[in-house]
Design a binder for this molecule. Structure first.
Ligand code: HEC
Length: 151
């Protein structure tokens, strides 16, 4: 009988020690940290992923477009201009004869209003900081403002 106590008591003590310590403090912190990291990873990943889904068919994954058909998104007056102009191009379409690096583009770009505010913000933030562009980030609020103005 005595021997059994020597085995059971330490086990009970260990259970109490673990049970009392971990659920209260450490896991809560860990979960919060993990959530933050996931959110950060998500917002930096989404822009590229969404660009691939919504824009790369025409503007190409490298943002260089297709000469004479789809304009590049690298260092153009639009990608380096005010965010609201880019937002307007995507939400309402674009139909102007433009010239970039000596190449003319005459085919219009269709409006893509189905892209959600936060998604478009992520896409445009990605475009404005990729392909050699160094323009400011775009927020979902800015997209909502342009959307509410209508065409
Ligand atoms: C179906 C093809 C197509 C898709 C998809 C498309 N575009 Fe365009 N885009 C065009 C064409 C064509 C033009 C030129 C329109 C014109 O000159 O009138 C253009 C022009 C632009 C311009 C202005 C010119 C420049 O090169 O700076 C921007 C900015 C732009 N697109 C961004 C985007 C973004 C961001 C997406 C994704 C959300 C997108 N486009 C999706 C075809 C497309």
């Amino acid at each position: 009988m005595h021997r059994l106590y020597f085995i059971i008591i330490p086990i009970l003590l260990m259970l109490v020690a673990c049970g009392g310590d971990t659920p209260d403090k450490k896991p809560v912190k860990k979960v919060k940290k993990a959530t933050k990291e996931v959110a950060a990873a998500k917002s930096s990943l989404n822009g590229k992923k969404l660009y691939m889904t919504h824009c790369s068919v025409c503007h190409m994954p490298n943002g260089l477009g297709m000469k004479g058909a789809f304009p590049p998104l690298a260092n153009t007056e639009w990608t380096n201009g005010p965010a609201e102009v880019m937002i307007d191009i995507v939400l309402n379409g674009f139909n102007e004869e433009i010239e970039i690096n000596g190449d003319k583009y005459v085919t219009p770009m269709a409006a893509l209003p189905h892209i959600k505010d936060d998604e478009l913000a992520a896409i445009l933030t990605y475009v404005r900081s990729s392909f050699g562009n160094e323009s400011s980030a775009v927020t979902a609020e800015e997209v909502a403002v342009v959307r509410s103005r209508g065409k």
